[in-house]
Design a protein around this ligand. Structure first.
Ligand code: C5P
Length: 222
C-alpha cells in the first residue's frame, strides 16, 4: 500500500506532493519502481489524491508498473484503510510516497523479518536517532531527556499482518486523525512491533530543503 493522497501544502509546490518532479520523475514514481523491484511484493495499491486517480494510473503505466488505485481519505490513516480494502495479501507493507528513497532491499528485509517471527504483528524501518531528543511542555519548558541509545526515528516502509492492521484501523475517525504512523495504531490495539535498522537517507520529503537533498541523493544513486 502506497499512501500518496497528501496535498503537499508544506512543500508549497502548488499541487499534490506525489506528482512533484524529483530527479527526472514524479516523486511517487520512485517508490513505485522500488516496490516493483522488491521480490516480496505481489501487488501494489495506491491511495491517490481525490480526483487524480487517472493521473496516478498514467504515471504507473509510464513506469511500466501494474497497480490498483483508490481514492485517498481526509487523513493519512484513512487513505491506508481505503487502500487496504483493495489489497489481498496476508502481509501488507505500508509506505509513504513522501519517502522516494526507499529501496527494494529495505522492503524485502522488513517483510522477511516479519515472516520469520510469528509473535510479531509488524516490523518497521527506523534509523537510530543522532540528535539528543527533549520532551517539552506547551510553554517549551523541558520535561525530560529520554536516553538516546533507545530512540529510533521511525520511517516507512512498515509491514503488518493483515488482521492486525485491519483491527488497528477499525477505530474512530478521531483516532485515525491522530495517527502519524500505522505502527502506533497496531501498538495501541496490543500488537507487537519490532524495528529494523534502516539508513537515515530514507528521508521524508516535507520541505523544499528536503526536496533538494532527495534530488541530490537520487542523482548520486544514478
Ligand atoms: O503529510 P505527510 O507528509 O505526513 O504525509 C505522509 C504520507 O501520507 C504522504 O505520502 C502523503 O501522500 C500520505 N497521505 C495520504 N492521505 C492523506 C494525507 C497524507 O495518503 N489524507
Amino acid at each position: 500500500v502506497i499512501a500518496a493522497a497528501g496535498s503537499g501544502e508544506r512543500l508549497g509546490a502548488g499541487g499534490p506532493k506525489a506528482f512533484v518532479e524529483l530527479a527526472g520523475r514524479p516523486m511517487l514514481g520512485w517508490s513505485l519502481l522500488a516496490f516493483n523491484e522488491a521480490q516480496s511484493v505481489a501487488q501494489i495499491v495506491i491511495a491517490s489524491p481525490p480526483g487524480m486517480e487517472e493521473r496516478v494510473e498514467e504515471l504507473a503505466g509510464e513506469a511500466g508498473v501494474e497497480v490498483r488505485v483508490v481514492e485517498g481519505g481526509e487523513h493519512r490513516s484513512e487513505s491506508v484503510a481505503y487502500a487496504l480494502i483493495q489489497a489481498d495479501q496476508d502481509l501488507v507493507v505500508v509506505h509513504d510516497a513522501a519517502r522516494p528513497l526507499v529501496t527494494a532491499e529495505l522492503i524485502d528485509a522488513i517483510v522477511a523479518r516479519l515472516a520469520a517471527d510469528e509473535e510479531m504483528a509488524g516490523v518497521i524501518a527506523a534509523a537510530p536517532v543522532t540528535d539528543t531528543i527533549k520532551e517539552a511542555s506547551i510553554s517549551r519548558r523541558v520535561i525530560k531527556t529520554p536516553e538516546r541509545s533507545r530512540l529510533w526515528a521511525v520511517q516507512t516502509p512498515q509491514v503488518f499482518r493483515r488482521a492486525a492492521l485491519e483491527r488497528a484501523l477499525d477505530v474512530s475517525a478521531e483516532v485515525l486523525a491522530q495517527a502519524t504512523d500505522d505502527a502506533w495504531l497496531v501498538e495501541r490495539t496490543g500488537g507487537r512491533v519490532r524495528v529494523v535498522e534502516s539508513d537515515a537517507t530514507n528521508l521524508k520529503v516535507t520541505t523544499p530543503h528536503d526536496l533538494r537533498v532527495a534530488e541530490f541523493l537520487l542523482r548520486e544513486r544514478g
